[in-house]
Design a protein around this ligand. Sequence first.
Ligand SMILES: Nc1nc2c(ncn2[C@@H]2O[C@H](COP(=O)(O)OP(=O)(O)OP(=O)(O)O)[C@@H](O)[C@H]2O)c(=O)[nH]1
Ligand SMILES: [Mg+2]
Length: 370
Amino acid sequence: MKCKGCGIEIQTTAENEPGYIPVEVLERRLVEGKEVYCKRCFSLKHYGKLIDGFDFDHSLELLRRYLNLAPNVLYIIDIFDFEGTFRKEIVELLKDHQVFYLVNKVDLIPEEITPMEIKRWVKDRFKVQSTRIRLMSAKKRRGVASLLKFLKGKRSRKFLTIGVTNVGKSSVLNALADRDTLTISRFPGTTLKAIEFRNREHGLTFIDTPGIITKDRVTDLLDAVCQSRVLPEKKLMVHTIKVKKKPRTVFLGGFVRIDAETGELPGPIFHVITSENVTVHETNPETANIKWSLWFGSLLQPPCTQQSVDEYGMRKKKLKLVTGQEVAIKGLGWINVARGPLEITISYPANTEPVVRKGLVGPLKFKYKN
Ligand SMILES: Nc1nc2c(ncn2[C@@H]2O[C@H](COP(=O)(O)OP(=O)(O)OP(=O)(O)O)[C@@H](O)[C@H]2O)c(=O)[nH]1
Ligand SMILES: [Mg+2]
C-alpha cells in the first residue's frame, strides 16, 4: 500500500524511516475507509512541519524511468524561477513524448505586468507551438478549467507530471482533480515516489512524480527549512535602484552582490525583483566591502544562519546591459534594467551562473521618483 500524499510504501515497523504510520492508526483509517497517509505527510498537511529530511536522490536517471509510465507529459515550470526550472537536460529527455508546458505561479508576478505581456514573453522562450504552453496558478486556480478542457480533448488520457522540486506539480494535480489528496508543502522534495490516480469525473489519469533535485540554483545551497522560508508566497517585491553620481551596491540576500557603475546623467535605473523573504539591501561599495561577511546570514538573508561567505567560492562577472535586459539569478529572482545602459559587477556563488535574458518586465514599468 502506498501513501496517498507522497507515494512512499506504507510501513508500520520503523518509526524513523519513510512511510511509517502507527499500526493502530493504519487499522483505524482502513476500517473508516479513509485515505492512508504516512506520518511525514500527516505532519506536513496538518502542521506544515517537516519531521525528517529523507535523502532521496531524485535524479534525471529516475525521471528517465518515470517517462515510461505515460506518453503525455505535463512539464511544470515556475515563472518566478524560469531559468532554474525550464531546463535543457530535461527537455532533451522528452523527445518521444507529447509535452505540454505549464508555467505555474503566475499569481506571483506584479500586477503592472499584464497577462498578455507574460504570455508573449513565455511564448518567446519556448520553441514550440503556442497551444502546448499554458500559464496558470494552481494556488489561485487560474487556468485550471481551460487546461482540463484541453486535456480532455487529447486522444491519450494519461498524463505524467514532471519538473524540478517545488514548482507546484502536486498543487497543479490537486487543482486539476479539485481535491487536496496529494501532499504539497514549502519544503523541497515533498513527493517521494510516483503516484497514479484516476479522475473519474473527467476520465483522465494523472501521475505525480518527485521533483528533480538541481544543483545550480542559489537556493540549492540552503537546507530544506531555509529553502522553504525564502520561497515566495505573495506578489514578488520590486525594489528600484537609481544610480546617479556615485556607484551603488545592492545585495540580494547574502549570496548575490551587484555593484552598479554611474552612467551618463540622468543615470541608470534598475529593478530587483525577488521573494518577500529575500533581503534586498542597498548601500555604497565601501560599506559593502567592510560589512558583507558580517551581514552574511544576519542582515542579509538567505542564508538563514550566520556563516562564512568565503565557503561559497564567490565569483565575479562584469556585465554591460541595455534597457529592457534582465539578469536572472536561479532560485533567487532577477534584475531588470529600466533605464540603461547599466554596467554592473555581479558577485555570485560558484554553483550558479547568472543568465542574461530579454526582459519579462518592459522598460519603466514600475513607477519611480527621479
Ligand atoms: N504562489 C504560488 N505558489 C504555489 C503555486 N503552486 C504551488 N505553490 C506553492 O509551491 C510550493 C510547492 O508546491 P508543491 O505542489 O508541493 O510542489 P511540487 O513541485 O509538487 O514539489 P515536490 O514534490 O517537492 O517536487 C508550496 O508552498 C505551494 O503552496 C502557485 O500557483 N502560486
Ligand atoms: Mg510534489
